[in-house]
Design a protein around this ligand. Sequence first.
Ligand code: ATP
Ligand code: MG
Length: 381
Amino acid sequence: MTLTTPILPPARLGILGGGQLGRMFTVAAKTMGYQVVVLDPDPLAPAAEFADEHLCAAFTDAEALAKLAQCAAVTTEFENVNADAMRQLAQHTVVSPSGDCVAIAQNRIHEKAWIRKAGLQTAPYQVIESAADISEASAEFLPGILKTATMGYDGKGQIRVKTVAELQAAFAEHNGVACVLEKMVDLRAEISVIVCRLNNEQALCFDPAENQHIDGILAYSIVPARLPQALQQQAQTMAKRLADELDYVGVLAVEMFVTGDDSVLVVNEMAPRPHNSGHHTLNACVTDQFQQQVRLMCGLTPGNTALLSPCTMANILGDVWGDDGSEPNWLNLQQQASSHLHLYGKKSARKGRKMGHFTTLADNADAALQAAQALHGSLKK
Ligand code: ATP
Ligand code: MG
């Protein structure tokens, strides 16, 4: 369904997925006076604590989807949701982003094709759908990373390869599922741009975040990115262009690599939802990315994306909990006047599991990063 007039509180909004992104969406929507229905098969879904209704069922469950279809509008918090379920929902209610956009973002092969269609650069790549696609010609993309076309996140589903023989072994290790072989680029920095788009006329970007990963998982997002202003503007223009090409409605995160001596921007991937690298917006921007998701699904104009203060967002993984499950040392962090803790209410802390994050505001990006690193170091039991 297409939206004719904006959806206003206390309308009921639905979301597919009740993880931390769904939780922060739910808090934003509830704060604005909407009611929220969350669909998530996990009885302990982080969003359930705040939602008016938790449909604890599979994402393809017909009864649960019928209930979601009664909401005034429906969105998603993750890309691996069934795109067909979203298309079905769209016959009864307003769905954003569209099932088509989600289907593109959940498959690296489609995703890269669309990035190029938008006139943007990707790393050189080869689609590998069967062992027969691997030949001496694949050497052009080596050394490279073999990434499964679907279901990858936090660096999962990726194998680094240097030779054609290693590539063959890696493809077999992925059990022959469709993959993309991506050439390693000369990575100088990683950034992400979050676009908030209602239509052609109404689209705003947050300032790019500079992202630092540890062991393949986002560790710190630094804003503003410590890169030339012109490059940051170019990144925003590129992200908007991709959103326009997709006729995207909602919050779209676009990850980019800054490559080589001449700082060429290469698009890595996109996420059709708010993004971990946008969590700083909760404390450091006029409008946060979850408020934007609510506004856009309701057909409202995107909110002001201005950054109010330099900051660094630090992820808190299960690694900082004690081996016996004891809580990290929160006191130091909680005593800081310019740091803000967000915990996702997850019951068990496993290594590598995103349990929460905090954002530290400071006079400049370097100071914010340093303070965040020191605070992060004080958490470990
Ligand atoms: P996430 O969910 O964290 O975004 P992902 O599993 O979707 O991760 P990618 O974003 O494709 O995976 O890659 C993870 C990381 O690996 C990147 O952030 C980057 O540091 C590195 N990487 C990926 N592709 C390349 C490349 N072509 N050249 C150099 N480094 C790369
Ligand atoms: Mg990524």
